[in-house]
Design a binder for this molecule. Sequence first.
Ligand code: NAG
Ligand code: NAG
Ligand code: NAG
Ligand code: NAG
Ligand code: NAG
Ligand code: NAG
Ligand code: NAG
Ligand code: NAG
Ligand code: NAG
Ligand code: NAG
Length: 457
Amino acid sequence: MDLLIVLCCLLLAQNAVAVLGQLGNAYYNSNNNNNNGNDNGNAPPLTLTPSLPLISHFINDSFIIFCKTVQKDMDTKWRDPNGQTRENTKGRVHIEKKTGFLALVFEHISLADKGNWTCEADAATQDAKKSFELLVNQKISFDKTEQVQSVREGHDAMVNCFVTGEPKPEVFWLHNGENINTVNSSKHRRLSDGLFIKNVSQTDAGEYTCRAMRITPTFSDSDQITILLRIQHKPHWFYNETLPVQYAYIGGAVNLSCDAMGEPPPSFTWQHNGKGIVGFNHRVFFADYGATLQLHIRNESQFGDYKCKVGNPLGTLERIIKLRAGAKPTRPTRFQIKRLYTDAFELDIRAPRMPNATDEMQIYGYRVAYMSESDFKYSAGNWSYAKQRDFSFHRGHRFIISHLEANTTYLMRVASRNLAGLSDWSGVNIFATAAGSTRALMSLWTWLLLLLVLIWH
Ligand SMILES: *[C@@H]1O[C@H](CO)[C@@H](O)[C@H](O)[C@H]1NC(C)=O
Ligand SMILES: *[C@@H]1O[C@H](CO)[C@@H](O)[C@H](O)[C@H]1NC(C)=O
Ligand SMILES: *[C@@H]1O[C@H](CO)[C@@H](O)[C@H](O)[C@H]1NC(C)=O
Ligand SMILES: *[C@@H]1O[C@H](CO)[C@@H](O)[C@H](O)[C@H]1NC(C)=O
Ligand SMILES: *[C@@H]1O[C@H](CO)[C@@H](O)[C@H](O)[C@H]1NC(C)=O
Ligand SMILES: *[C@@H]1O[C@H](CO)[C@@H](O)[C@H](O)[C@H]1NC(C)=O
Ligand SMILES: *[C@@H]1O[C@H](CO)[C@@H](O)[C@H](O)[C@H]1NC(C)=O
Ligand SMILES: *[C@@H]1O[C@H](CO)[C@@H](O)[C@H](O)[C@H]1NC(C)=O
Ligand SMILES: *[C@@H]1O[C@H](CO)[C@@H](O)[C@H](O)[C@H]1NC(C)=O
Ligand SMILES: *[C@@H]1O[C@H](CO)[C@@H](O)[C@H](O)[C@H]1NC(C)=O
């Protein structure tokens, strides 16, 4: 009964009608306009409060409706939309009875409660009957809709969007933010579970917005979901031809890369001379659209043909990289400072020509690794934390390391580069950038002077 009273009060507060006292007496004189008609001059034997013929609520709302009789001793009952008499005084939907009124209580409404509910007197005269229709609204949702979908090129396809909601909303579609015209379109059709696309091509890829909207007499709302549509296609190379021949030397390392697009994303496998790669001297770095094979060459037998196979359900590709023995580059014989700046060094680096190597195998550049003294201490002298800068002779013979801090000590080392990889590192040199400009010092002196003058006064 407590619940009933609380709900009663809520209902009354909502309607801003101060009839609490009258309710206490279980008497309510309804003189509002009864929308159900049935008014033949006399006060009707039955009234519903609220008295609207259509009442709309969302799932899980709570709601009470009172059926009142003029005669206090009149027996009444509620019938559900199936015509069944409801008499239970407990449960999600139940009846609460007091002299003068019979309340129908929905603790939380469910979709199954929709329909016509009727209060009627036992000694049924024609007029002693009142109905209201309960409309149950359900929020819009896109339950099982996948936010990434993929369809095949050259086929007809559906972008699925499973909208639920009561009343059922209308669905509109956008492609990359632009409205899709589905009226008289031979390309797109709006179906109940999604958008039909005829003869899918690459231009149909992108973001589809499935927007559900509804306008009802009691409320209006909308919701949307964005679906990324990918177009399936067989793999194709990112770059037309990576070097079909690569070089390495025993004791060195080399990266063989294989990058290809595909939808669904393709799988990558590497083979050496027609067999799977075994042993500890390799690692494969997989990315979404590529796989890089890193080899540490320890043994002649590791040279040969490396085949990268790329595949997805729509097709396969393969490419062979021939790995040949090259000459290890000689390390630089000269490594010193040419010019000092506050934020940069210009380096003087030389490596001799390799007398027994072909022209192709000659050194084509350098790699400089460097770290500040404090970083060096912080990383316990681990050079894998060093910054690197690669130079190639075809970009000129000036080797400038920039973006350095002023008045800071750096540790640096250098290696030569050729087609077969990197040489051994040079010894570590220690260089310091120039201190701040003298002009900065001057201004400091000026300030001090000014301060002295001020204090003097
Ligand atoms: C209704 O309430 C129940 C329990 O509180 C909850 O599990 C359910 O998700 C709710 N339904 C809606 C549509 O809000
Ligand atoms: C409820 O009753 C009204 C009037 O009799 C009728 O028009 C409507 O279709 C009924 N609704 C349902 C859900 O049966
Ligand atoms: C759709 O096509 C029909 C018949 O071809 C035509 O009468 C109608 O005006 C067209 N509607 C739109 C919106 O283009
Ligand atoms: C599908 O579209 C492609 C161009 O994107 C076209 O060449 C082909 O003929 C079309 N197929 C059909 C069945 O319309
Ligand atoms: C790759 O080569 C083919 C023909 O050799 C050419 O049609 C295509 O545009 C090239 N693709 C790229 C990404 O360079
Ligand atoms: C090979 O690739 C790995 C991972 O990207 C990289 O750390 C390494 O320096 C590369 N090795 C060579 C020789 O380029
Ligand atoms: C290379 O290594 C394999 C085993 O890993 C060994 O059988 C072979 O003899 C080695 N070849 C050379 C030239 O050292
Ligand atoms: C170059 O080759 C010759 C003989 O072919 C050999 O005597 C010499 O030591 C080689 N020089 C170097 C730097 O490898
Ligand atoms: C240097 O750091 C790298 C990366 O954290 C680590 O893998 C390597 O073992 C370290 N080397 C030494 C000699 O500590
Ligand atoms: C340069 O650094 C040294 C030591 O860190 C410091 O004593 C000196 O004042 C600095 N000079 C300038 C101009 O910042």
